[in-house]
Write a new protein. Structure first.
Length: 251
């Protein structure tokens, strides 16, 4: 249970799970989320974005949605990347609060109980992995990512891509990323919040070893793509800022 049971009992929450070829994990993740809703007395919905899966994930999701009306599916015909999958799910959410949690089993939805109490003071509460249960090269990649973000944008965000975050739905139009589609989806999200004057509190959460399925990312190709996306994001955000400056000076 949360440290403030009244908050969870009154909560209306959409939980978004991005899914790409997670046939070995997705059913357990969805059922775990539904069970958590019942245990905590939450008026919830589970939104799974099937991001063009080529395995049996779509069939599993279809069956789950027929079994329980709280399960909703958003479908991408082609794979569009993690960030777009999360964004599509959040766009479809209808509850007062939205959380997104990775569907690969490395986060447990019940650990949202650690974040929920901070919603009394913050509209956006991200998790921060206490200890990453990932291979060495992925941990190194995460540290490189943090340094690149700091050097490029002057903002230090610890564990920017932690796959567990919760926020008020009314905040979504402000924080909704437009350009970051993969590694820098969360970066753009944080930058938009910072530029709008919002503060947040990162809460430590457990990170569990992946027991099924295959991790994506961490290759040289991903690293090169990450650098390209970083500079593309900087260019686009700078263009937007320059346009706003010109509009303001022209008034």
């Amino acid at each position: 249970m949360t440290s403030d049971p009244l908050l969870s009992l009154l909560m209306q929450l959409s939980v978004v799970h991005p899914c790409y070829n997670e046939k070995e994990n997705i059913e357990h993740t969805v059922r775990e989320t539904l069970e958590w809703f019942s245990d905590e007395g939450i008026d919830g919905e589970v939104i799974i974005t099937d991001d063009g899966s080529s395995d049996d994930s779509p069939q599993i999701l279809q069956r789950l949605s027929l079994e329980d009306s709280r399960v909703r599916i958003v479908t991408h015909e082609k794979n569009q990347g993690y960030g777009i999958a999360v964004r599509s799910g959040c766009d479809a959410a209808i509850k007062e609060y939205i959380a997104f949690v990775d569907s690969d089993g490395q986060f447990k939805v019940e650990d949202l109980n650690r974040l929920i109490p901070s919603l009394k003071d913050y509209d956006f509460v991200p998790g921060r992995r206490k200890k990453r249960a990932d291979p060495f090269h992925r941990n190194v990649l995460g540290k490189i990512l943090g340094v690149l973000i700091f050097v490029t944008f002057g903002t230090w965000i610890r564990d920017v891509n932690c796959g567990m975050k919760i926020f008020k739905k009314s905040l979504w139009p402000t924080m909704r990323p437009l350009y970051g589609t993969e590694k820098f989806f969360n970066t753009e999200l944080y930058l938009r919040l910072k530029n709008a004057g919002y503060k947040w509190e990162q809460v430590p959460v457990p990170h569990y070893p992946r027991t099924a399925g295959t991790q994506c990312g961490g290759s040289g190709r991903v690293m090169r793509g990450m650098i390209r996306e970083l500079f593309d994001l900087r260019s686009k955000l700078q263009s937007v800022q320059n346009a706003h400056t010109q509009q303001s000076s022209g008034r």
